[in-house]
Design a protein around this ligand. Structure first.
Ligand code: MLT
Length: 208
């Protein structure tokens, strides 16, 4: 079990890592510039999704837009969780924050909802929707999640994102769901919001 990936060591002495999960058609290089803007000092760890949809990498199969192959999602979520755990050891990542966009945000949400987000306590979900309906909610107390969504996103229905936020909150996570008057693409202002959120949450993590 391995993933094509990039590891970019950070300049900071703090030893923290952003786990970058790209959207459909992206790859392991795609989100590196975003990661660097979000956190100038963090290590960056960025795997490439193994599914190819008409040549476009993804993290799990879908049957149609917004309709996910649940069996594959389950398998791919467990596979990614295992890889993240081994990469965290190999690279000595320190605290990890997941940052996912679109399909990458959806697999991050799947890791959280399936209780397999053991390597990260923070997540920035950019344009995420509900990947599956959990039969039993995991215990997500202590997890902090920022969700940034577009009110006019043609791919991610707002009610679906609200449902995901409600599930994560019910599971005990501290969820900050924010909306921008835009579509599926990210706005510059949202990137600023995400980096501020990361900084604030890093400060919360400092030992007193
Ligand atoms: C998905 O398939 O995960 C979502 O529809 C978002 C995307 O288009 O990748």
């Amino acid at each position: 079990m391995s993933f094509v990936h990039k590891w970019v060591p950070g300049s900071g002495s703090g030893g923290r890592t952003l786990l970058l999960l790209h959207g459909t058609g992206g790859n392991e290089s795609d989100l590196l510039p975003l990661g660097r803007v979000l956190d100038g000092d963090a290590n960056l760890l960025s795997p490439r999704g193994k599914i190819l949809e008409h040549g476009m990498p993804r993290f799990f199969k879908r049957l149609a837009e917004g309709v996910f192959d649940q069996q594959d999602l389950k398998f791919r979520t467990a596979e990614l969780a295992e890889w993240i755990a081994s990469a965290a050891k190999q690279y000595q990542t320190g605290p990890v924050t997941a940052v996912g966009y679109s399909n990458g945000a959806n697999i991050a949400a799947s890791l959280l909802l399936s209780g397999q987000a053991t390597e990260f306590d923070r997540a920035v979900l950019l344009r995420a929707m509900t990947p599956f309906e959990p039969e039993v909610l995991p215990d997500l107390r202590g997890k902090r999640i920022l969700m940034l969504n577009g009110t006019h996103d043609p791919i991610i229905p707002p009610d679906n994102s609200k449902h995901l936020a409600a599930l994560l909150t019910k599971a005990g996570a501290d969820v900050d769901l924010r909306w921008t008057n835009t579509g599926h693409g990210l706005e510059q202002g949202e990137i600023v919001e995400a980096s501020e959120w990361l900084r604030t949450n890093m400060e919360k993590d400092q030992p007193r």
